[in-house]
Design a protein around this ligand. Structure first.
Ligand SMILES: Nc1nc2c(ncn2[C@@H]2O[C@H](COP(=O)(O)OP(=O)(O)O)[C@@H](O)[C@H]2O)c(=O)[nH]1
Ligand SMILES: [Mg+2]
Length: 384
């Protein structure tokens, strides 16, 4: 029994160490590269802008969103707003009223008879967008007033064709989300300096219109997919921490699962679909994509197996007292999801993400992953 327990313990230790190797490697790279800000050679620019805004039943918050866009530090005569709407509430009437009261920006409203999902809606909106820089933003987000200018400055670099930004303020004060976003911003800054980053964020993603191509209508990682396709076509796609937005998030474990698991499913599926990109496109395919493969597809399974083995060892060695491992993990989750872990909070945020990635993989294996989802009404309280 003891020998078996010792072997299993060694196995668990091996799995945990193996999981950590790529993270140590990224840490070392960060130290060597010392990335700061965006890697783009930024220049002042004021291109014409199409703001793409998809809406599904956003009557509670659409007016505030339009007011926020109107307040951006940018000449509104140079802006058109392309709204693709699939609502069956009063969102459309509110939109029309709002634009009737103003000369600029102009409105291009695409009215869908029925909800088809976000990706096909976005494909239509991108086709309709006619200005030089196309900025996609979600209704449930607030963009910093200088965001369009900073994005335009990035795209003025001839090598860069897409740029995304940072969730600088998590509305609702979720410590779990803040912890995760901090780590993610560090990783995405490094990736951008190496070549390009993978993840593009729904609240703010800017693209050069000429580089936009259609995305898979079943995609649930729409912004990231477009960026990935642009990188595959040869241009860099980067993260600039100076582009700031605010987005609401939950900390509570069960509330987080719905949105995070769906987003995780989208990313896993996208990576799998584009597995042929591994090893190609310079550092993007040889470092950035493999790291994201590890983080999203491999390490959740290694961690889950390591935890299962450790629990088994505990049971073999200490009988029922061996349950201390799952109980400790439960306590970690209990306090972490209530933002009460102090300096350990970022570690919990990573754990929470790994839980989502694991459960997303299981859901995908079960054939789930619909491109139509229930919009989170509670999160919208933050934008009223
Ligand atoms: N046109 C259209 N917009 C959608 C659809 N589903 C979601 N949206 C919009 O897409 C944006 C992001 O949706 P959201 O539910 O907040 O996604 P999440 O932030 O990933 O949870 C919001 O502006 C929604 O109103 C859809 O099926 N059609
Ligand atoms: Mg949202």
């Amino acid at each position: 029994m003891r020998t078996l327990a010792r072997r299993l313990a060694k196995g668990a230790l091996f799995l945990f160490s193996l999981t950590g190797i790529p993270y140590l490697f990224y840490g070392l790279l960060y130290y060597v590269v010392g990335p700061e800000g965006s890697p783009a050679n930024k220049q002042d620019a004021e291109p014409t802008v199409s703001i793409v805004l998809p809406t599904y039943n956003e009557e509670r918050i659409i007016e505030n969103k339009l007011d926020d866009i109107y307040a951006l530090d940018y000449p509104m005569e140079k802006v058109e707003i392309v709204i693709v709407d699939s609502s069956d509430d009063s969102t459309r009437d509110i939109i029309r009223d709002w634009f009737e009261r103003r000369d600029a920006p102009t409105l291009n409203l695409i009215e869908e008879d029925e909800r088809r999902g976000l990706a096909p809606a976005l494909n239509d909106a991108y086709t309709a967008a006619k200005n030089e820089m196309v900025v996609k933003t979600d209704c449930d987000s607030k963009i910093a007033s200088d965001a369009l200018r900073v994005a335009a400055a990035n795209l003025a670099d001839p090598h860069v064709s897409a740029v995304t930004g940072r969730n600088a303020d998590v509305l609702g004060g979720s410590g779990v989300e803040e912890g995760y976003r901090g780590i993610q911003a560090t990783i995405q800054t490094l990736e951008s300096h190496l070549d390009s980053t993978l993840i593009f964020h729904g609240p703010f993603s800017a693209f050069e219109n000429d580089e936009i191509v259609p995305i898979d209508p079943d995609s649930i990682a729409d912004d990231t997919e477009l960026a990935l396709l642009i990188r595959r076509n040869g241009k860099r796609v980067v993260f600039d921490p100076d582009i700031r937005y605010k987005e609401a998030s939950h900390s509570a474990f069960s509330k987080r699962r719905t949105q995070k698991d769906r987003r995780a499913m989208g990313l896993i599926r996208l990576l799998a679909q584009h597995r042929d990109a591994l090893g190609r496109y310079g550092m993007y395919g040889s470092v950035v994509l493999p790291f994201n493969w590890w983080f999203m597809l491999v390490s959740p399974w290694l961690l889950a197996s390591g935890i299962a083995l450790t629990t088994l060892v505990g049971l073999l060695v200490a009988g029922p007292f061996g349950l201390v491992v799952p109980v400790a993990l439960g306590a970690f989750t209990f306090f972490g999801s209530r933002d009460r872990l102090g300096s350990l909070q970022p570690l919990y945020a990573l754990f929470d993400t790994q839980v989502s990635l694991f459960s997303a993989a299981v859901k995908l294996l079960r054939g789930e992953g619909s491109a139509i989802w229930e919009v989170d009404e509670e999160l919208r309280d933050q934008y009223e």
